[in-house]
Ligand binder design. Structure first.
Ligand SMILES: Nc1ncnc2c1ncn2[C@@H]1O[C@H](COP(=O)(O)OP(=O)(O)O)[C@@H](O)[C@H]1O
Ligand SMILES: [Ca+2]
Length: 534
């Protein structure tokens, strides 16, 4: 371009310089040169051509236009001071309650991957369902985390920040067992949350289907799979009282077992999701189911292959059977307590664990267990919550390790004496330590015998805790749904990014300016000639 200017335009203006100026200067001289034209010979000595009114006006306008363009381009592209919005979800699980604060840019609600977990707070004490006999305490237990949330959300955003509480299988079980007690717990929790400065949107029990489906939404949202229409990841959630499996399978259109179907339209794509929640098959209730089975044969003592050798504890029947999952199985005339001892044998543990599943009844083309339909597994799976806690403790999160080696590792762990386990893990709660052998065996049995993962498809599982800094779980999906933050249709996006748009507009303006000057060339030529004649 500069070459073009030097060759075509500069010779028109010999009055400005004897030799062509350097290219940078040429750009600056251009408007002046072309607007002025050669002055009459007679005036060449007395009158400075730069002082011609036309020259000054055109130069000033040209400079203003270019400066304006630069200012617009710079202002449009400067990083804006970002404003954020917030949302809070309390996950009232069977074993404990956790509070999650989410944050997203105020102007860009609809863009996927934009909502992030800003902070989480673990409520001290057990899950809210454990406060059935003292509901007020359920509300009080939440106070410390609510105060923490007030610190994390800017004060001016408090009144507009939605606050939700969702309860899962612990409250589902309490509701089955004693619905009046469950109502009282919600009343107390509601009262406590209403006192917070946030916009309280209510507390309720999620259905098992919702828990599974929102876990699936969370995992796929955080992985940016929904907005980009990529193949989705299945979700495996293991809680204390229930467990969920959710995935999209080409084989499943909802016609076989419609109760397992959840339909979503997200970012312009339709998803027919298969989901099932197994109440009582969370790891704590599964442990009860197993013990209930074991106590049937000898009610006074249980020799448990799922406990470490040397483990020896007296347990109360009233505690073991205090759950609707097992309450109807209490042996007649059972004593008040039983002795729970360990033998540490994974193979036998697996056999005992298998007893809590029914693999035979199935009225569908195929089932997982307990007569529940399940289509063929498809795609990768994210396994979170207790799946992660247990496998990470046991160093078994690497699913590229062959299943046989995983089993051998677990065998060695379970066969280790209880005293050695306690000694080697001084910082771990004894309650958890006592159950990792069972939990590891239960997870492998559930995945392979229950859901039908094979030695090959096992490697499609990723044991995860967080995705891009946000916890995997149902809470984020729940909030995205309630705040309508995932649009059904893909948002229209401008064809060009903003910086590209500004650059193109600027280039076009400069080109138009140059063309204008070219079109004035004949006029100037005529003007120059006239002046010479005069
Ligand atoms: N560090 C840990 N190690 C082992 N298990 C854990 C750990 N932290 C939490 N868990 C377990 O994870 C499970 C979480 O379940 P939870 O969400 O409370 O129940 P649900 O989803 O069934 O309502 C519980 O079984 C709890 O004991
Ligand atoms: Ca849970």
């Amino acid at each position: 371009m500069q070459d073009l200017l030097t060759r075509f335009l500069f010779p028109m203006c010999p009055h400005l310089s004897l030799s062509p100026p350097p290219p940078a200067t040429l750009w600056l001289l251009l408007p002046v040169c072309l607007s002025v034209g050669p002055p009459p010979l007679s005036e060449m000595k007395e009158k400075n051509p730069w002082h011609s009114p036309v020259a000054i006006i055109i130069t000033v306008i040209g400079v203003i236009v270019i400066v304006a363009l630069v200012i617009v381009a710079v202002l449009q592209n400067r990083p804006l001071a970002q404003k954020y919005k917030y949302g809070i979800v309390l996950d009232a699980g069977s074993s404990h309650t956790a509070l999650y604060i989410y944050e997203w840019p105020a102007e860009k609600d609809n863009n996927t991957g934009r909502v992030e977990q800003k902070h989480s707070c673990k409520v001290i004490g057990p899950g809210i369902s454990s406060y059935a006999s003292a509901p007020q305490k359920a509300g009080e237990s939440l106070k410390a985390c609510m105060k923490e949330a007030e610190q994390w959300v800017p004060v001016k955003r408090h009144p507009e920040t939605p606050l939700y509480l969702g309860a899962t299988a612990g409250m589902r079980l309490l509701n089955i067992e004693n619905s009046a007690a469950s109502d009282k717990v919600f009343e107390a929790v509601g009262e406590a949350l209403q006192k917070s400065p946030f916009s309280y949107q209510g507390a309720r029990i999620l259905s098992g289907q919702e828990e599974g489906a929102f876990g699936w939404v969370t995992v796929n949202y955080l992985d940016d799979r929904l907005s980009q229409g990529l193949e989705t990841t299945g979700a495996l959630d293991l809680g204390g009282a229930s467990t969920q499996i959710s995935f999209v399978s080409d084989q499943y259109d909802g016609s076989e077992s419609p109760s397992n179907a959840v339909n979503f339209r997200l970012y312009g794509n339709d998803y027919e999701l298969y989901t099932h929640s197994f109440l009582c098959y969370g790891k704590d209730q599964a442990q009860r189911l197993k013990l209930a089975h074991q106590t049937q044969s000898g009610p006074n003592a249980v020799e448990d292959p799922c406990q470490h050798p040397g483990y020896n504890t007296t347990k109360k029947y009233s505690v073991l059977y205090d759950s609707p999952c097992v309450s109807n199985r209490k042996p007649q005339g059972a004593p008040a307590t039983f002795l729970h001892t360990g033998t540490g044998n994974v193979k036998q543990c697996q056999d005992v664990v298998k007893n809590i599943f029914n693999f035979t009844d199935c009225k569908y083309s195929q089932c997982s267990f307990n007569g529940v339909y399940q289509p063929s597994l498809q795609g990768p799976f994210g396994a979170f919550s207790a799946y992660y806690f247990v496998t990470s403790f046991l160093n078994l999160t690497d699913t590229s390790v062959p299943l046989e080696d995983v089993r051998k590792k677990l065998e060695r762990y379970c066969a280790t004496s209880w005293s050695q386990i306690v000694q080697e893990h001084p910082g771990v709660k004894e309650k958890y330590l006592a159950e990792y052998c069972f939990s590891g065996t239960y997870i492998l049995t559930l995945l392979t015998e229950g859901y039908n993962f094979t030695s090959e498809s096992y490697s499609n599982i990723n044991f995860i805790k967080k995705i891009k800094g946000s916890d995997a779980g149902w809470t984020l999906g729940y909030m995205l749904n309630l705040t309508n933050m995932i649009p059904a249709e893909a948002p229209d996006s401008p064809p060009l990014p903003h910086a590209g748009y500004v650059s193109i507009v600027s280039i076009c303006a400069v080109v138009i300016f140059i063309l204008l000057l070219f079109s004035l060339r004949p006029l100037w030529a005529r003007h120059c000639k006239k002046q010479q004649i005069v």
